[in-house]
Design a protein around this ligand. Structure first.
Ligand code: PEP
Ligand code: MG
Length: 580
């Protein structure tokens, strides 16, 4: 038995076999075949090819049929793998040059690469990337390794990292948990894990080397423990812990649909953060009063091209109708930075988090932005919709974004669409400069939504995806608390509502402070909703306001944490998931 430790980012306990998911460059060696090995090698090659095609067909099954473009891309990839000349040439290298299949495939790839690149055509150059990716998949299949997060049997995924596309494809029915070597509480993998209710531990150094395929693992997504090949005694202890966890969740979910109102009558809207269509039933079941943050970029990450207005509209309409009569808050695309750059092949930047990301990227690419805005406005006819812009750092950006929205609105009206009025418009407050000018921004929008994941990253200068500085990521830092207070005050003075949709809004430990600050809405991963609503029902708004006063006098997070612990204890409440 081996014990490993990381950061628990999505609560729950899982026990299951390890599935090592490999990404990055693949090492292959050249081997000269003996003549009597040739026919076996040819069979090996064909088996790997068939397995890769089957995997792609499996991926296809999980893509909704209305998404024509991703489906057609996968079909094109399947056709590439079935291409007779690719097969013939590989066979020829195996048969006549006695090369092992991996080496033969690399030879074929380099020949195709030369031909495609010499044609100088942009489209063909892009196809070289596709071919490289496909051939890597076949090579991994030859080596008996995994490059699919769509599991056939329930297992625990162990990986260096998962890209947004890999994460978006995780299936809660077969992914029992995942463990990665990098990441933090607010990295995209952690956020999706919480949304889907998949236990997850990140920042476990060297886990892909310390664990072998098929090893039995226990993953505790709360404490961050990963136990490799546990003893029977330890297994039983964890099974008990899992039952306890499930019972608490079941208890809380019985009251999930009740409103969140404090003992002294302050009502707070509790909404869901969603990324994928699959999360709609889950969010409703957990008692979400609509969506406070729809991370629309996830529709873009499982593909290389851009979705059309029709595809976006079809998906958005499903979301809006799914939550009707409650509201859905569309956050316009937050692509760029270190998120999703891989799929869109954006230029590499030295400081991606400070580069062309989110609203900056959209304002630079008006056509791309307008397509999304048109799709949202068209979907808004079918229910209650709000729109908010990410990464607003100054008034100018907000003005420009609003201008595009107005243009899209007018265009659609001219085209005969029955749009009555613009949806409510919000600014995300996630860059410190936005807090400093919150009074000015508040005059321009109908609501604010505080994105603490980025606000903390930018205010404390801590890369949210870097496990080396994850311990410095501190929502209870007095600077962060002051920024939140300032934002709420500026919003309320201007008469607009202030929401929070960063991960902090779903941290039980922080809820009394957030209520005390006067936030009107908290939006979080759906799984957190029942517990957050429950705790709000045990709080008094007046006491929370007094707590805020006290906390704002303390100089450091450690002292704030201690005070909070005492505060919870005095009221017989627990800020920890597993003791609720
Ligand atoms: C945030 O930054 O807090 C936020 C909600 O947005 P994202 O996590 O998608 O950057
Ligand atoms: Mg953000």
């Amino acid at each position: 038995m081996k014990k490993l430790k990381g950061i628990g980012v999505s609560p729950g306990v899982a026990i299951g076999p390890a599935y090592i998911f490999l990404t990055g460059r693949i090492k292959i060696t050249r081997r000269i075949l003996k003549p009597d090995e040739v026919s076996r090698e040819l069979k090996r090659f064909h088996r790997a090819l068939e397995e890769t095609i089957r995997d792609l067909e499996e991926v296809k099954k999980h893509i909704p049929s209305e998404m024509a473009q991703p489906l057609s891309i996968i079909d094109a990839h399947i056709l590439m793998l079935k291409d007779p000349s690719l097969i013939r040439e590989t066979e020829k290298y195996i048969r006549e040059s006695f090369m092992n299949a991996e080496w033969a495939l690399r030879k074929v790839l380099s020949r195709y690469r030369q031909i495609f690149l010499s044609l100088g055509d942009f489209y063909l150059r892009e196809r070289v990337h596709d071919l490289e990716h496909l051939i890597d998949k076949v090579i991994l299949a030859l080596q008996g390794q995994n490059n699919q997060t769509v599991l056939k049997e329930p297992a625990i995924i162990v990986a260096h990292d998962l890209s947004p596309a890999d994460t978006a494809r995780l299936r809660p029915d077969t992914t029992q948990a995942f463990v990665t070597e990098v990441g933090s509480r607010t990295s995209h993998t952690a956020i999706v894990a919480r949304s889907l209710g998949i236990p997850a531990v990140v920042a476990v150094k060297g886990v892909t080397e310390k664990v072998n395929p098929g090893d039995l693992l226990i993953v505790d997504g709360l404490s961050g423990e990963v136990i490799v090949n546990p003893t029977q005694e330890v297994i039983e202890e964890f099974l008990d812990r899992r039952i306890e966890c499930q019972e608490r969740r079941a208890h809380l979910s019985r009251f999930a649909k009740e409103p969140a109102q404090t003992l002294d009558g302050r009502r707070v809207a509790v909404r869901a953060n969603i990324e994928l269509l699959d999360e709609i039933p889950l969010a409703l079941e957990f008692g979400a009063e609509g969506v406070g943050l729809y991370r629309t970029e996830y529709l873009y990450v499982t593909r290389k091209d851009l979705p059309s207005e029709e595809e976006l509209y079809a998906t958005y309409r499903q979301v809006v109708e799914g939550f009707r009569p409650e509201m859905v808050t569309f956050r316009t695309l937050d692509i760029g930075g270190d998120k999703f750059a891989e799929e869109l092949e954006l230029p590499e930047e030295i400081n991606p988090a400070l580069g062309v990301r989110a609203i900056r990227l959209c304002l630079k690419n008006p056509a791309f932005f307008k397509t999304q805005l048109r799709a949202i406005l068209r979907a808004s006819i079918y229910g209650k919709v709000r729109i908010m812009f990410p990464m607003i750092s100054g008034l100018n950006e907000l003005h420009q974004a609003k201008e595009f929205l107005k243009e899209a609105f007018e265009e659609l009206r001219e085209e005969g669409l029955e749009l009555q009025e613009l949806p409510a418009l919000g600014a995300m407050i996630e860059v410190p400069s936005a807090v400093a000018i919150a009074d000015l921004l508040a005059r321009e929008v109908d609501f604010f939504s505080i994105g603490t994941n980025d606000l903390i990253q930018y205010a404390l200068a801590i890369d949210r995806g870097n496990e080396e500085v994850a311990h410095l990521y501190e929502p209870l830092h007095p600077a962060i608390l002051r920024l939140i207070k300032q934002t709420v005050e500026a919003g309320h003075q201007a008469g607009i509502q202030v929401a929070m949709c960063g991960e902090m809004a779903g941290e039980l430990f922080c809820i009394p402070l957030l209520i005390g600050f006067g936030l009107d809405e908290l939006s979080m991963n759906p799984q957190a909703i029942p517990a957050v609503k429950n705790i709000i029902r045990h709080l008094s708004y007046k006491e929370c306001q007094e707590l805020v006063e006290e906390v704002l006098n303390l100089p450091a997070p450690e002292e704030i944490r201690l005070l909070l612990l005492e505060w919870f204890e005095k009221r017989g409440l627990s800020p920890f998931w597993n003791f609720l």
